[in-house]
Design a binder for this molecule. Structure first.
Ligand code: APR
Length: 241
């Protein structure tokens, strides 16, 4: 019997953007774009060397706004799913890029923040940013120097919109995890939450993740191939009368 679903939650990670030219985090050398993750992605790293951290995210931002980086067939397939599926499809991404949005997806939660936003650590106010942030930049809201930082959730900080995410996970009947290594919590534990609510769970990744055993179905291959094929399958079942 074919299974029909009403509500889908999709967790995405760096693997979905890899074929767009954005490097994943856990390369075998343990570095992120040649930097130690704790130096550029932790509050302590920022306190020790804010100039380095700004330079690092400025480089990532420049790359993201350049024409070189474009959404790929994996992002586009998820947009197609959102447009064609009769029920709810929520995308929860760990990625700080904007490729889901640029592919036309609508219902997206950026649980680890967004590269094209900065926030004031004094007021919490969030601003759009496409250029560089510098250590001498003055914040518009408090007119102070040194309060602006990338709107990115670093190690040791709480991911965003967790109440909304857990509510969606507890109430979905299909949970997909795409392009994530399962190394970082709480995202790596979402499969357990979805399953405890009765959802079918599917891992789509290049290789088995750290939490592979928690999934009821696994499909391995590059996101540009496996995601469109899986989406076709879901849409076909959902639209059969
Ligand atoms: N298609 C599908 N999966 C791929 C592809 C691809 N083309 N290329 C790589 N992958 C897989 C890798 O096999 C790996 O399992 O994507 C996964 C990427 O894992 P990570 O680099 O650990 O990225 P992610 O899981 O998103 O990291 C989670 O860690 O550093 C923090 O906040 C950061 O959001 C990030 C979080």
């Amino acid at each position: 019997m074919v299974q029909r679903y009403n509500s889908i939650v999709i967790l995405t990670g760096a693997g979905i953007s890899a074929e767009s030219g954005i490097k994943t985090f856990r390369a075998s050398d343990g570095l992120w774009e040649n930097y130690r993750i704790e130096d550029v992605a932790s509050p302590r790293g920022f306190a020790v060397n804010p100039e380095l951290v700004h330079r690092f995210y400025n480089m990532r931002r420049r790359q993201l706004v350049s024409s070189v980086i474009q959404p790929n067939e994996g992002h586009e397939a998820l947009t197609r799913l959102q447009e064609s599926f009769p029920g709810q499809v929520l995308i929860v991404t760990q990625n700080i890029d904007n490729l889901h949005k640029r592919a036309g997806s609508k219902d997206i939660i950026h649980m680890h923040g967004e590269l094209l936003k900065m926030h004031c650590s004094a007021s919490g106010k969030i601003y759009p940013i496409r250029g560089d942030i510098g250590i001498l930049d003055r914040c518009d809201c408090c007119d102070s120097v040194g309060t602006l930082r990338p709107h990115v959730v670093w190690y040791g900080e709480t991911p965003l919109a967790m109440d909304k995410i857990y509510y969606a996970l507890e109430n979905c009947d299909l949970f997909l995890s795409i392009g994530t290594s399962g190394n970082v919590y709480p995202a790596a534990g979402f499969v357990q939450v979805a399953r405890s609510g009765g959802a079918h769970s599917v891992e789509l990744n290049l290789e088995p993740s750290e939490v592979e055993s928690a999934f009821s179905e696994k499909i391995y291959g590059p996101a540009t191939r496996v995601v469109p094929a899986f989406v076709d399958r879901i849409i076909e079942v959902a639209t059969v009368v």
